[in-house]
Design a protein around this ligand. Structure first.
Ligand code: FE2
Ligand code: FE2
Length: 152
């Protein structure tokens, strides 16, 4: 498969965005106080790294197979760490990190939703749609974390 110039530029922008998601979750993993949230960020960092690699494959001319995974959000069941007795400053810190991450996921998901229309190849379209669903899963996991900890 050969990408047009416009398609290549679009993939490059998405790639940059995914790299910054990897970096963000790495940093947020270091900033989070709650080990449950640290684990979630570590998991998301790995998932974003997979997006980076998928896009790199497209840049090289092939499309990785995708599995339309819409279960991650559904299956995630975090245990609550924060209650009225726990450190309110830690909770405030972690609430900020989770809320800010949901904002990023929402933005990235929106970008995929728009960019998918720029591609001629059906398999690329399917891959980008699949990644978009995964970004929504990430947001769902973060939302569940907030809810169970009384942050939502
Ligand atoms: Fe991603
Ligand atoms: Fe994501």
């Amino acid at each position: 498969m050969v990408l047009t110039e416009k398609e290549m530029a679009t993939i490059e922008d998405l790639h940059t965005q995914e790299l910054s998601c990897v970096e963000k979750y790495k940093r947020y993993g270091q900033e989070a106080k709650d080990p449950v949230l640290r684990d979630l960020f570590a998991d998301l960092e790995k998932k974003e790294q997979k997006h980076v690699e998928s896009l790199e494959q497209v840049m090289k001319g092939s499309v990785p197979s995708c599995n339309v995974n819409d279960r991650d959000g559904k299956m995630y069941e975090p245990k609550a760490t924060y209650d009225s007795m726990t450190n309110p400053e830690d909770k405030k810190n972690d609430n900020f990190l989770a809320t800010d991450s949901i904002g990023s996921e929402k933005m990235v998901s929106g970008t995929y939703n728009t960019d998918v229309f720029a591609f001629g190849d059906s398999d690329v379209r399917k891959l980008l749609a699949d990644i978009q669903v995964e970004e929504q899963n990430h947001a769902e996991m973060l939302y569940k974390y907030k809810t169970v900890n009384g942050m939502a």
